[in-house]
Design a protein around this ligand. Structure first.
Ligand code: COA
Length: 162
């Protein structure tokens, strides 16, 4: 079951995130984003009452102030449940929720072999100025036509650079 995260899920989300990445940096990022109030929404994958996956979308600041942009990071699946489709389910459900929130587009830094299957591409991010511009890992998915037609400058929440 994929559902919105609740405050009571936070310890389990921290455990899943740390286990997925094999370190605590991404779990710490999640905490910093929450403390700063920069989380747009979080989803969890729950199985038999246990959290086995998590995805977070945060608000980005763009110089096109009439539009809402989201950053996808991080996404985690518990190691024993990886490569069984859960990550894909979380990402697709997250993108649907972004549409519900009225987001025009989503940006991420991720593996260039993984995210194109969900529609992300480095080409779509090519006209976006950001600290990550130019990296093949910096990818965008427009949820509305023209969302990433440049020039467009985005700023990430401070939690990403802390
Ligand atoms: C990335 C992650 C969320 C994907 O979730 P998942 O449930 O394992 O993914 P799915 O089952 O939906 O898709 C599996 C496919 O994803 C791809 N994939 C998974 N992890 C990948 C990675 N780290 N790099 C590149 N491709 C990856 C593979 O192509 C895999 O297909 P295969 O089994 O045929 O090789 C999960 O593996 C994870 O938590 N990894 C550790 C944390 C992480 O790296 N997060 C993403 C940061 S960008």
């Amino acid at each position: 079951m994929i559902r919105h995260a609740r405050p009571a899920d936070r310890p389990a989300i921290g455990e899943v995130t740390a286990a997925a990445f094999g370190r605590t940096d991404e779990a710490d990022l999640v905490e910093r984003l929450r403390k700063a109030g920069d989380v747009m929404f979080e989803l969890v994958a729950e199985e038999d009452g246990q959290i086995v996956g998590h995805i977070l979308f945060s608000r980005l600041w763009a110089d096109r102030i009439e539009l809402l942009y989201a950053a996808l990071a991080p996404v985690s699946v518990r190691p024993d449940r990886q490569r069984q489709g859960l990550g894909g389910e979380l990402i697709r459900a997250g993108l649907d929720a972004c549409r519900d929130f009225g987001a025009s587009g989503v940006l991420l830094l991720g593996h260039p072999d993984y995210y194109p299957r969900f529609g992300f591409s480095a080409e779509a991010a090519a006209q976006v100025a950001s600290p990550y511009a130019g990296s093949p890992a910096f990818m965008a998915l427009a949820l509305e036509d023209g969302a990433f037609e440049g020039p467009l400058t985005v700023a990430y929440p401070d939690a990403f650079t802390a």
